[in-house]
Design a protein around this ligand. Structure first.
Ligand code: FES
Length: 98
């Protein structure tokens, strides 16, 4: 996804903080300090974050730590709720490929 599109997916009136680098499945992208992992993933165009045991696509549902539909791997630690963690410089995120 190009940087222009990534910016368009963010709310333009929100004041941004420091821009940082993260990676998603080894692909480098960026986020802003203070964003949740989930917000950064959405801004980067990722909607399907994992597959359940039946192979059904799962993504964000509640956005506040209740539903556990947004589980991803963060820095090698599996099953982390992406809506509950803030991005950090160099963070490595792994999701199930759609
Ligand atoms: S979206 Fe529901 S726990 Fe993260």
């Amino acid at each position: 996804m190009t940087e222009d599109i990534m910016e368009e997916l963010r709310i333009s009136t929100v004041k941004r903080t420091e821009r940082i680098r993260i990676s998603v499945n080894g692909r480098e992208t960026y986020a802003y300090k203070g964003e949740t992992v989930l917000a950064a993933l959405h801004a980067a165009g990722y909607r399907v974050l994992r597959r359940d045991k039946n192979g059904q696509a799962r993504g964000a549902f509640c956005g506040m730590g209740i539903c556990y539909d947004c589980l991803v791997t963060i820095n090698g630690i599996r099953n982390q709720r992406s809506c509950m963690f803030e991005v950090e410089e160099g963070m490595e995120i792994a999701i199930d490929e759609p």
